[in-house]
Design a protein around this ligand. Structure first.
Ligand code: THG
Length: 369
């Protein structure tokens, strides 16, 4: 597959870390929330191995914040998500599907409750800010909605705990998964959460003081040598093996939360008010007709740039493959596919066409085991 360089412009926003990752050897970018998001530092398989053994620092500034503050902010945030936030606590993160009036997905941010009347939606790749502003305007809510200057740096990998302890002290190791608190670096307080888009463990620093954040970025590499720290980015292989879903790839605005396995984040029985609630009740009573599942194909490589249909013996379409990679762990190609109800049974076989050849594969549950 031929690859092409990216034409940078104001519209494809750089981050405070861009010049640093370019010195460190970034080799591919993707665009996420109209911003550069590093996609590779050389071989993705080598980065995957490094991430699973050591520690990486990631420029994930493209995970932008939509800040909603003001008297009606809690009501607006709840209106946007099917997850019950009525008992949410300050200092906690919540993974929240954002739903439209049809019950379909708009985004899947991590929501941070900063204060009773101040929230951050740490968004995936869609323009949540305009959706939020439209709702606020239509409902005449007393809120302020902005994209604040926040540029996340993630520290991921099994040695992230030791590296972060060395920089911030013992207290940071006591942070619980999806909790956040404020930690001092060189006289500046940084909001740090125990979270991140890998299952290897780690932290995310929500950098608001750019200068201090850039110093911290450099410092992590200076003091992280003993942990074999390296630059990195969300890793295609690691995230598929871990079944971390990607909005726009694995699901989008044509899918509802039940079809994506988000059942545990859908609250239909409490008296909270959110968009699409009645639609989701209807979907739940009828039952979903398709859902995201894993697939395995016993081949050594695949390169997806769009979705690919999956067929049964009679050439009926039974689903579509949406993300895929060669998995060193399973030693075959794995992927995430939207599968029709008729073929939900685990070990169902399907056919797929790759480069003019037909291969067969099997459906499996998510997460992969
Ligand atoms: N961190 C932050 N913002 C983000 C992402 C992130 N915005 C974009 C994108 N990633 C949003 N999508 C996800 C998907 C999964 C998770 C986080 C963000 C995730 N899920 C955990 C899991 O599946 O194990 C746990 C979720 C839970 O149950 O609480 O971490 O990565 N800041």
């Amino acid at each position: 597959m031929t690859n092409f360089s990216i034409a940078k412009s104001r519209r494809l926003r750089s981050t405070p870390y861009t010049s640093r990752i370019e010195k460190q050897g970034v080799t591919a970018y993707t665009i996420y929330n109209h911003m550069l998001l590093p996609a590779a530092f050389g071989s993705i398989e080598n980065s995957y191995k490094h991430l699973k053994e050591h520690v990486q620092v990631w420029d994930v500034a493209a995970e932008r914040q939509v800040e909603i503050s003001g008297k009606d902010s809690a009501e607006l945030v709840q209106l946007m998500t099917c997850r019950d936030l009525s008992k949410s606590k300050i200092g906690r993160c919540y993974y929240c599907p954002i739903i439209d009036e049809n019950g379909n997905l708009v985004n899947d941010p991590v929501v941070l409750k900063l204060d009773e009347n101040r929230w951050w939606l740490s968004i995936a790749d869609s323009d949540v800010i305009f959706f939020a502003k439209g709702l606020a305007s239509g409902h005449k809510f007393d809120v302020k909605i902005i994209e604040p200057v926040v540029d996340i740096m993630a520290i991921q990998g099994p040695k992230s705990f030791a590296l972060m302890e060395k920089v911030f002290g013992k207290k940071i190791t006591e942070l619980k998964f999806f909790g956040f608190d404020y930690f001092d670096f060189d006289g500046t307080k940084h909001l740090i959460a125990r979270s991140g888009w890998s299952k290897q463990g780690g932290y995310e620093v929500y950098v608001q003081n750019t200068e201090s954040g850039q110093k911290l970025y450099d410092h992590l590499f200076e003091v992280g040598k003993e942990f074999n720290v390296g630059p990195g980015c969300p890793n295609l292989i690691e995230r598929i093996e871990s079944a971390l879903l990607s909005y726009g790839n694995d699901f989008d605005n044509s899918d509802n939360p039940f079809e994506c396995g988000f059942d545990q984040y859908v609250s239909l029985d409490s008296d909270i008010n959110f968009l699409g609630k009645d639609k989701l009740k209807e979907v739940k009573s009828k039952g979903a007709q398709k859902k995201l599942m894993g697939i395995k194909i016993d081949i050594k490589e695949i390169s997806l740039t769009g979705s690919k249909n999956l067929y049964d013996e009679k050439n009926n379409i039974i689903g579509e493959l949406r993300s895929s990679c060669y998995s060193p762990h399973f030693q075959m190609v794995i992927g995430i596919a939207m599968i029709q109800k008729s073929h939900w049974e685990v070990s169902q076989t399907f056919k797929i066409q790759i480069n003019d050849s037909t291969f067969s594969g099997k459906v499996c549950d998510l997460p992969f085991i």
